[in-house]
Design a protein around this ligand. Structure first.
Ligand code: CDP
Ligand code: CDP
Length: 220
């Protein structure tokens, strides 16, 4: 099993990162959270007061942004921002930042570089369509917006971040809309991806489904 690539795509809160981490451990695949990379660029614009309207400044900032990923740690220009990238503030601005072509070009290049020559599992929005169109297995996770907002509320509660359900739901719906209607690499199911609706499935049920698909591929 050389250069094995598993692509997990889907909207916010569909369970991508939780499931990708478990499958990665079970099968010895390096896990890459590509959403965290877009969140890092978004955080940089927040920290440097760069307006979302000012695309040119965001593009110029790209050369000043150094992304380093060490296991579960996300380092932006030498600073560990693993917690900061998960706040509602970052969630509220990440989609317009990720819609910028130059941002995507830089991050996709980095994603391919990090994955090169490895057995990997990546989660995001465009892994099966753009980053690795020839991935060995492509999964597209979906769930109702209400279920996804409920899950995200629990995540925020566990981090002591106070949020309102209606606002989280609206933010998720807005992100879905921007991500799936943007011109560059929109969120969509690759033709050869297998869709799994996780609305009524718990984590281990989703993991079992994906594990049997991988076992089939690798002839286990
Ligand atoms: O964890 P959650 O599903 O909330 O989002 P994420 O995976 O951290 O991604 C944050 C945002 O980054 C998404 O809403 C997209 O706008 C963008 N993204 C993207 O455009 N392409 C990817 N491969 C991954 C994320
Ligand atoms: O990465 P993405 O935004 O797609 O979702 P996630 O961060 O993996 O999952 C969001 C939350 O939903 C986490 O707290 C998961 O534990 C939970 N979850 C769940 O309750 N049931 C599932 N089938 C999948 C995820």
């Amino acid at each position: 099993m050389e250069n094995f690539v598993v692509a997990i795509d889907g909207p916010a809160g569909s369970g991508k990162s939780t499931i990708a981490k478990i499958i990665g451990k079970d099968y010895g695949l390096t896990y890459l959270d590509t959403g965290a990379m877009y969140r890092m660029v978004a955080l940089y614009t927040l920290k440097n007061n760069i307006s979302l309207e000012n695309k040119e400044e965001i593009v110029n900032a790209l050369e000043k942004i150094e992304i380093d990923i060490q296991g579960e740690k996300f380092i932006l220009n030498g600073e560990d921002v693993s917690k900061e990238i998960r706040t509602p503030e970052v969630a509220s601005i990440v989609s317009p930042v990720a819609a910028i072509k130059e941002v995507r070009v830089k991050l996709v290049e980095l994603q391919r570089e990090i994955s090169s020559g490895k057995k990997v599992i990546l989660d995001g929005r465009d892994i099966g369509t753009v980053v690795f169109p020839k991935a060995d297995l492509k999964i597209f996770l979906v769930a109702s917006p209400e279920e996804r907002a409920k899950r995200r509320m629990k995540d925020y509660e566990s981090k002591n971040i106070k949020e309102n359900f209606e606002e989280v739901l609206a933010s998720i719906k807005e992100r879905d809309h921007i991500d799936s209607t943007r011109k560059e690499s929109p969120l969509k199911k690759a033709e050869d991806a297998i869709e799994i609706d996780t609305s009524f499935l718990n984590i281990s049920e989703v993991v079992d489904k994906i594990s049997s698909l991988i076992n089939n591929r690798i002839g286990r």
